[in-house]
Design a protein around this ligand. Structure first.
Ligand code: ATR
Length: 284
C-alpha cells in the first residue's frame, strides 16, 4: 500500500477463535462503530490452532489492523506471542484483547476481570460492596480465574471456591493466596452461609448443559447472585435466587463491559453499555 493511500485505510479489529461463528463480539463492536459514526470494521476471524502463530505474527503487517479479541481456544496460547502483557492478563494466565502498538509490537491484556466488576457495579440493584462479606465462586476453570482476580483486586477478603474437582480449587488457592478457600463440591450449599455474593462460573445451566444444582436455603437474602452464563439470560440459578428475593445480575453485562477497553484502544472512543446495546446483542 502506498503512502498516498494511507488515508483510505479503514481501521480494523476482529475476534479470533476456532470456531468463532457463535461470537457476539461483532454485534457488540458493530453497534458501537455505528453509534459513534466511525469508519471501521470488526470481523469474525476463524483461525485454526495450527495457524495461530502465523496469524499473530502477520497482524502488525495488515494495513489498518489495530488488534483483535481472542476467544476459545486461543486465550492461553497467544500469551507468549505478545511483546508485552499487562499484570491482570499475567495473573489470569490468558489474553483476550490484543492491541497493535504504534511501533508494531503487540500488547496483550485481559479485560474479563474489568468486565465482571463493571457489570456488578452497573447492574446490581442495590450496589455491591466487596468488603461487606465473603464471596462464593462456583467453578475453577478459565472463567473462574478472571472472576477471582477481579474479586481479590476489588477487595474481597474471603473467597470460597467450590469446584467438582477439588484439586483445581486447591491449586487456585495455592496460587492466589489465603483469601481463597477451597470448598468441596458436596459442601457448596452449606458454604453459602454468610456470603455477600454468589457467582456461577461453571458451564452448568448453559443451554444444552445440565442444570446447576445447589440448594439456596443458607444464602443470606441480601446476597447478590451472578451467573456468567448468558444463554439463557435468566438461568435456573438466577430465577431461583430472584424468586426468594435475592438481588441478581445476569451474565450479559460482563460480555458487554469487557469489550469497552478494546474498542477504546482500537477506535479511539470510549463506548458505553446501554439498554439499546443489550437489546441489539440479545437480538443477534
Ligand atoms: P471456562 O473457561 O468457561 O471456565 P473450563 O475451564 O472448561 O471453562 O471450566 C469449566 C468449569 O465448569 C469447571 O470448573 C468444571 O469443573 P471441573 O473442574 O470439575 O471439570 C465445571 N463443570 C463443568 N461441568 C460440570 C458438571 N457436570 N458438574 C460440576 N462442575 C462442572
Amino acid at each position: 500500500m502506498s503512502a498516498a493511500n494511507d488515508d483510505e485505510i479503514i481501521p480494523r479489529a476482529g475476534v479470533i477463535g476456532w470456531p468463532v461463528a457463535h461470537s457476539r463480539s461483532p454485534k457488540l463492536h458493530g453497534f458501537w462503530l455505528k453509534q459513534h459514526g466511525l469508519t471501521g470494521r470488526y470481523d469474525k476471524l476463524p483461525v485454526p490452532p495450527e495457524d495461530l502463530a502465523g496469524f499473530i505474527a502477520d497482524l502488525p503487517k495488515e494495513p489498518g489492523f489495530r488488534g483483535v479479541n481472542v476467544t476459545i481456544p486461543h486465550k492461553i496460547a497467544v500469551l507468549p506471542m505478545m511483546a508485552q502483557i499487562d499484570d491482570v492478563a499475567r495473573r489470569i494466565g490468558a489474553v483476550n484483547t490484543v492491541v497493535v502498538q504504534p511501533d508494531g509490537s503487540l500488547y496483550g491484556s485481559n479485560t474479563d476481570a474489568f468486565g465482571f466488576i463493571e457489570s456488578l457495579k452497573a447492574d446490581a440493584p442495590a450496589g455491591w460492596v466487596a468488603s461487606a462479606g465473603p464471596a462464593m465462586v462456583l467453578g475453577a476453570g478459565g472463567a473462574a480465574r478472571a472472576v477471582i482476580v477481579a474479586l481479590l483486586d476489588a477487595g474481597v477478603a474471603e473467597l470460597r471456591l467450590a469446584n467438582r474437582s477439588i484439586e483445581k480449587a486447591v491449586a487456585l488457592a495455592d496460587e492466589f493466596g489465603h483469601a481463597v478457600q477451597p470448598v468441596a463440591w458436596d459442601d457448596r450449599a452449606a458454604a453459602l452461609a454468610g456470603v455477600n455474593l454468589l457467582v456461577n462460573t461453571t458451564s452448568l445451566g448453559m443451554a444444552g448443559q445440565p442444570p446447576l444444582e445447589i440448594a439456596l436455603d443458607d444464602l443470606p437474602a441480601t446476597a447478590l447472585v451472578n451467573d456468567i452464563v448468558y444463554s439463557p439470560l435468566v438461568t435456573d440459578l438466577l430465577a431461583r435466587a430472584k424468586g426468594r428475593g435475592n438481588p441478581v445480575v445476569d451474565g450479559l453485562g460482563m460480555l458487554l463491559h469487557q469489550g469497552r477497553p478494546g474498542f477504546k484502544a482500537w477506535f479511539g472512543v470510549a463506548p458505553s453499555v446501554t439498554p439499546e446495546l443489550r437489546e441489539a446483542v440479545l437480538a443477534d
